[in-house]
Design a protein around this ligand. Structure first.
Ligand SMILES: [Zn+2]
Length: 71
């Protein structure tokens, strides 16, 4: 009965592994899942602000998908 709901959730989970965030300052990239994908649940946004592990400071981060391009 809830198979469709489970499919949507599994789909969202696998997609969150593919999404990447890139620091606009140094270009450092990591996967959204590594960055704590839960916080990036609102997929309407192209940019977010977060701590870059390479800069060690709050940076503007761009969310993109390697095979689909920017949001
Ligand atoms: Zn950086």
């Amino acid at each position: 009965m809830f198979g469709w709901l489970r499919r949507i959730r599994e789909n969202a989970r696998s997609q969150s592994r593919e999404w990447m965030i890139r620091c606009t300052t140094c270009g450092h990239e990591r996967s959204v899942a590594d960055a704590g994908g839960v916080r990036f649940g609102a997929w309407g946004k192209k940019y977010t602000v977060g701590r870059c592990s390479q800069c060690g400071k709050l940076r503007r981060l761009v969310i993109h998908h390697p095979s689909r391009g920017p949001l």
